[in-house]
Design a protein around this ligand. Sequence first.
Ligand SMILES: [Fe+2]
Ligand SMILES: [Fe+2]
Length: 288
Amino acid sequence: MARSNITSQMLTDHVKRIGDEHPAIPMDSVDFTVKNPELVRDRFGVMFDYLARVELEVERNVKELDTILPGAPAVDVAFYRHVWHDQEIQHGRILDRLKAELGLPPAQPLTEVSGPVKLLGALARVPAIQDVARCVYYFTGASTERQAVLAYSALMDRLDELGETALLTTVIHPIKRQEPGHFAFYQMSATKIVGELRPWQLYLARQLRTRTYELVGTHRDPKYQAQMGMVSDVLGFGHDPVEYAREIGRLEARLLWANSQGMEFPPYVLAAIEESRRLASEGLATAA
Ligand SMILES: [Fe+2]
Ligand SMILES: [Fe+2]
C-alpha cells in the first residue's frame, strides 16, 4: 500500500482546530422548549434514548482506548481523552436532559470495559499488534461518526417537518456540527496508517473487522441491536439498507479492502444493519 501524504503534523493541527472551534456545547445555550411533547416523545423517545446512551458511553470508550492503545501517539491521546471526549459527553448530557424534559428516564450507558477488549489490550503490548488495533480503532471511529452525522441529519429533517424549532436549532444542529470533525480525524488517521502497515497487519485488521464489526452502541446484545433497528426508520435506512451500508462503509471499502472486486461496502456492514432490522421486527427491543 502506498504511503499517504497525511502527516502527524496535519493530524495535530486538525485536533487543535476542532478543539478550538468546537468547545463543549454549554448547557445554558440550549432551549428545551418542545411544542408537542407527546408527539416528540412517542416518535423519537427510542431514538433519543439510543443517542443519549451512545454519546454517554464515551466514558467507556475512553477506558477501552486506554486499554488497547497503551502506547498511542500523543495526537490520538489528545483527541480521544480531551477534544472528542469533552464534546461527546456533553452531547450525551444534553440529550439526557432532553429525555428528562420529555418525562423519559435517564439513559443507562454501559461503563465497563468488556472482556474481549481486555484481551486485545494484553496482545496490544506488542507494538506491531497495537498498530493493527489502532487501525481497527480508526475504522470503528469513522463508521461510528458517519452513523452519527446521518442520524442527526435525519432527525433535523423530522424536527423541521414538525416545526420543533428550538430542538432543531439549539440541540440537534449544534451537536451535529461537531461530528464531521471527528470523522475527518479518523479518515485522515486511517488513510495514514493503511499506508504504513505491512501486508500481514492489514490482513489481520481485515480479519478483525470482519469478525467484530458492529453498529455503534449495539455491543453484540440483541436488545441493543433491536433498539438500533427500531430507530432505523427515523434514520431513513429502513427502506434502503444497502444505501445506508454504502454511506457508512464506503471509506473502509476503499482504504482497507481497496474496493476489491468492485466492493462498495464491506459485506459485514450490511449484515449488521439487516440483523438489527430483523431483531427489531421480532420485537426484542425494550421501549425507551
Ligand atoms: Fe456526538
Ligand atoms: Fe462524534
